[in-house]
Every structure is written in C-alpha cells, then in structure tokens.
Design a protein around this ligand. Structure first.
Ligand code: HEC
Length: 112
C-alpha cells in the first residue's frame, strides 16, 4: 500500500513538471479558445468578420491594413473598453492579461 502511494506521488510530480514546462503554449491555446468562444461569432474564426452576424454589422477584417496599423496597446484598450455601440467592453469578463493575449492572438491572424 505504502509503495503504491509513492508511485502515485511520483506520477503526480511528473505531470506537474510537464504542465509548467508547457506554460507558454498553453497560454496561447487559452487565448485561442477565448477568441473562438467569445469573439469569433462576430469577428470570424479567421478574423475576416464574414460570419452571419459579422456581415450584418459590416465588420472590418481585422487582418486589413486599417486594423493592423493599431498599436498593440490601442488594440488591447479596444478589447478592454469596447468600441462603438456593438463592440462590448470585456474588462470585467476577461481582465487586462487576457486582453493582451487576445490582442496578440488576433494580430497574428494576419500572418496565418
Ligand atoms: C457582437 C459582435 C462582436 C463581438 C462578440 C466581438 N466584437 Fe469586436 N468588434 C465588433 C464591432 C462591430 C467592431 C467595430 C466597432 C467600430 O469600429 O465601431 C469591433 C471592433 C473590434 C476591434 C477593433 C478593430 C476593428 O475592427 O475596428 C477589436 C480589436 C475587437 N473588436 C476585438 C474583439 C475581441 C477580442 C472580442 C472577444 C473578446 C470581440 N471583439 C468580440 C463586434 C464584436
């Protein structure tokens, strides 16, 4: 019995190390997940805004030069504070850290 729990502990310790080694890609993954969950309905998975909802709202393609010229800070601020009447403020829901990661994720969509 004792030996058994030692083995279990070793396995747990091993997986904790695994998780921390993979922290960076996991954060990227999270931003992607949040984007797909909360943003892609209007902005589209690829950022083009050509979803049923996006077309009605006449969204800009976030990969266009017009949007890509925003600085990372401006981009993050829009996510935190919202823009216009339809784009909501996500400050309470997501917080500054996630807004920054989302900004990075969205900016990178133009490179895919
Ligand atoms: C209900 C639809 C909707 C959802 C959901 C939505 N947006 Fe938007 N978003 C808009 C609209 C509409 C604009 C354009 C606002 C304007 O220019 O007046 C916009 C603009 C933006 C902009 C500025 C660039 C631009 O196209 O003008 C960013 C950045 C942005 N949204 C990020 C996000 C992120 C991140 C999420 C998810 C957390 C999100 N949006 C969710 C509708 C939406």
């Amino acid at each position: 019995m004792k030996r058994h729990s030692m083995v279990l502990l070793a396995i747990l310790a091993g997986s904790a190390a695994y998780v921390s080694l993979n922290a960076a890609p996991r954060e990227q993954q999270d931003a992607k997940q949040v984007y797909l969950d909360k943003c892609s309905l209007c902005h589209g998975e690829d950022g083009a805004g050509k979803t049923a909802k996006g077309k009605k709202l006449n969204m800009k393609d976030i990969r266009s030069a017009d949007v890509q010229k925003l600085t990372p800070a401006e981009w993050t601020t829009i996510i935190l504070k919202g823009k216009g009447t339809i784009m909501d403020s996500y400050e309470k829901e997501l917080g500054a850290d996630m807004a920054k990661k989302l900004a990075d994720y969205m900016r990178d969509l133009s490179k895919k």
